[in-house]
Design a protein around this ligand. Sequence first.
Ligand code: NAD
Ligand code: WQD
Length: 353
Amino acid sequence: MDTILITGGAGFIGIHTSLVLLNKGYKLVIIDSLINSSYIAINRIKSTYKKTNKYPNNISFYKGDIRDISFLRKVFKDSIKLGSEINYVIHFAGLKSVSDSFLEEDKYWDVNVNGTKTLIKVMEENNCFNLIFSSSATLYSEYETSPLRENAKVNVNNPYGKTKLEVEKFLENKIKSSHPNWKIISLRYFNPIGAHSSGLFGENPNNKINNLFPLICRSITNANEELLIFGNDWPTHDGTGVRDYIHVMDLAEGHVSAVEFLNKKIIKSSFLVINLGTGKGTSVLELINIFQKVNKININYKFAERRKGDKAIIFADIRKALELLNWQPKRSIEEMCHDGWEWFLNNPFGYEK
Ligand code: NAD
Ligand code: WQD
């Protein structure tokens, strides 16, 4: 079975993807600096697989930074020594907060852009040319209308998004100018929420959360954190912003489909951009109402000003993922609300407490 390097594999999307890949029998080498995650996630994934005794030795973990070239070289070298040469890389590692990226632009550039370039260099040194990259729907121009196809115009208004765009350009150029074996898929995620149904894995919240779903959860458990709805005057059916929320397990399965796609011998050198969303839009008020109904809980909220940089409606056209990857999401928004809340209830402070 192939060996896959998962960068940022202890993080929210990385850990769920790792779970699905292990279930499929892949061997995983996970690397993570743990800057926004915890070793507990790695311990949990290891013990989950020990219990099922399915593939207990299929997972190894290295703590380290993708910007550290000697660290990356050692990871690749060790894998060869162990007889499990790395054939694929799924590159999740990076910094992801839009608001923080305005405050720490250089750091975002260094980790997201320079970190990726270092990774690519070491992949080339090791003749590993299969890459799946975590990109974002934040790239799409605000003037484009949803459903957004992959060929819609891009126009980014935040430093985080600019780093993702820069990496996409860099990767596309690799195909044009470099080794003919490169096969790269850039997956543009929409709004991942939810968690693994065991309640053992989920999003590790840092202190400054900006995303709606974890803020809904926090507003329930922390009376001091009232939920603010940013705008009730958007040009949408109920005045609140519409987004394409996708269950993180569906997203994880999208990566397995991407690996299987790259594995097909017929696929020649290519750089592909593919959306991963559900193709359906849900408003802030709809999400809150579904959350309340599914979890039988009351959410207090009040309306506030629109948030700077927000857009009214963003949802994906997911036909390309179906057509090329034979992937489509299976889980409902009700399951997203149920599983995400279950994780939060079990782990209100994330993995650490
Ligand atoms: P996350 O923060 O939970 O996971 C990222 C992981 O990368 C963390 O475990 C972190 O410790 C690790 N990391 C950060 N910098 C590193 C470095 N220099 N070296 C090694 N490891 C490092 O984030 P996530 O939600 O799982 O996102 C994964 C990827 O998907 C990111 O690249 C993000 O930009 C992208 N993405 C996320 C979303 C989202 O809403 N969650 C949407 C679109 C795209
Ligand atoms: C969703 C909706 C808000 C918080 C961001 C990034 C994007 C991607 C996913 C990484 C919007 C509203 C929010 C709150 C609210 N991440 N909202 N009150 O902005 O669609 O996307 O995360 O790539 O790049 O930009 O997600 O969860 O912040 O907002 O009313 O306290 O909820 O206005 O309509 P967003 P979000």
